[in-house]
Design a binder for this molecule. Structure first.
Ligand SMILES: Cc1ncc(COP(=O)(O)O)c(C=O)c1O
Length: 407
């Protein structure tokens, strides 16, 4: 038995002690070396402000270290059903089917396309950065056609632009939107865009990989057909699990779609939810446990509003701090992400210089990504962190930028 000491992010200053079951419980001391050797390779050295994977809640890490059990056991079924119900409440998706995929978030891009769009069929892909581009690639590599509506980095898609693109392309089967573009730190105006998609009666697929858990989602009200995310972002759980809410009409179309494959066959997941209270293949049980714990933390914190308020406050602190240092934020005003901030470096400085200098001081930020990689760096605020961590990071950032300016 070992003890894990950590700071509680919600009640800074309060130190908690939690018991975690470690390998020492299960193996002879001889094998502890194996654990130590690997631990030495990866032991935490930095405070994380990454784009994901992000730092996990200690309670999450603790539950993930329990001994494994069968994914068809009564215990696994109970956790599966409970996780679906908690996610349903969090996403306000009474009309949707909640699906857990044993994959990362990209798996749902593939599933969306293969289950609902016939080969050669068109999809309107809105692109405001690198992950919109990925969705287009997924469409194309699956033998479907991507019609692109692209904005320059830092900008969001506006409802009238989407309306115009749909008027020009009435033959598309579906529209994709990146809710939060992780490469530029821009939050698209999803409720307004969803309304436009509804008016054109198209399917709407939303990549909420870095939004879900940090930005509000009202699945039923907004009329979304599929919204998906990965465990390693705003929920603060290790990677390996993807989650989504899926509309009934997706299943109706999918049932008739030929060659939709096996692994990401959505109707198969719906059937397994109902009959087996699990998923068709073996799920990443530790991640499911971790997600369940996080959803309980949300509840104990006071609910979704309080939880999202924490995200808003973290991101506002970061943006304010960055502006005070004299740096520019890439996102256009009014569309700033609540989970990640892309910062533009001044002339003569490279984003990676800031990233490297911060690492030397013990802070892991995120490098710039995609077409803006060179001139930006990013500060994520997802997962486990305290407001004091943010203050400390900003103080160091100020010094780093001053040093780099003098060079
Ligand atoms: C907006 C967005 N979409 C998709 C992805 C891909 O997610 P995953 O790596 O979980 O497949 C990411 C990963 O960073 C992302 O930020």
């Amino acid at each position: 038995m070992a003890f894990l000491f950590y700071r509680n992010p919600f009640y800074p200053g309060l130190s908690l002690v939690s018991e975690v079951i470690t390998m020492e419980l299960h193996f002879e001391v001889t094998y502890e070396d194996a654990y130590r050797e690997v631990y030495e390779m990866v032991k935490p050295k930095y405070k994380l402000f990454t784009a994901g994977p992000v730092a996990c809640f200690p309670e999450v890490l603790a539950i993930m270290s329990v001994q494994m059990f069968s994914h068809r056991s009564a215990e696994a079924k109970a956790v599966h059903v409970d996780t679906l119900e908690r996610l349903r409440a969090f996403l306000e998706a009474d009309k949707g089917e909640i699906i857990l995929f044993p994959s990362s978030g990209t798996g749902f891009m593939e599933a969306a396309v293969r289950n609902t769009v016939p080969r050669g069929g068109k999809v309107l892909v809105t692109v405001i950065g690198a992950f919109g581009k990925r969705f287009a690639e997924v469409v194309e590599t699956n033998g479907r056609k991507a019609v692109i509506l692209e904005k320059e980095p830092g900008k969001a898609i506006k409802p009238e632009e989407l309306d115009d693109a749909l008027k020009k392309n009435p033959d598309v089967h579906a529209v994709t939107i990146t809710y939060n573009e992780t490469s530029t730190g821009v939050l698209n105006p999803l409720p307004e865009l969803a309304k436009v998609v509804q008016e054109h009666d198209k399917l709407l697929f939303v990549d909420a990989v870095s939004a879900m858990g940090g930005a509000d989602i009202k699945f039923d009200d907004w009329g979304i057909d599929m919204i998906f995310a990965s465990s390693q972002k705003a929920f603060g759980v290790p990677p390996g699990l993807a989650v989504a809410a899926v509309s009934e009409r997706v299943f109706e179309i999918a049932e008739k779609m030929p060659e939709r494959g096996w692994y990401f066959d959505l109707p198969r997941y719906k059937k397994f939810n109902a009959t087996k209270k699990g998923v068709p293949s073996t799920p990443p049980l530790p991640q499911v446990l971790g997600l369940n714990v996080v959803l309980r933390i949300v509840e104990k914190m006071g609910g979704k509003k309080e939880w999202l308020g924490m995200y808003r406050k973290r991101s506002e602190m970061i943006r304010e701090g960055v502006r005070e240092i004299g740096l520019e934020i890439l996102a256009e005003p009014g569309y700033e992400s609540p989970t990640i901030t892309a910062v533009v470096v001044p002339e003569g400085m490279r984003g990676v210089d800031v990233y490297n200098a911060m690492r030397e001081r013990g802070f892991e930020l995120a490098k710039g990504y995609g077409s803006v990689a060179e001139k930006t760096f990013r500060i994520g605020n997802m997962g486990y962190m305290t407001f004091e961590d943010i203050e400390e990071m900003l103080e160091n950032l100020r010094e780093v930028v001053e040093e780099l300016r003098r060079k």
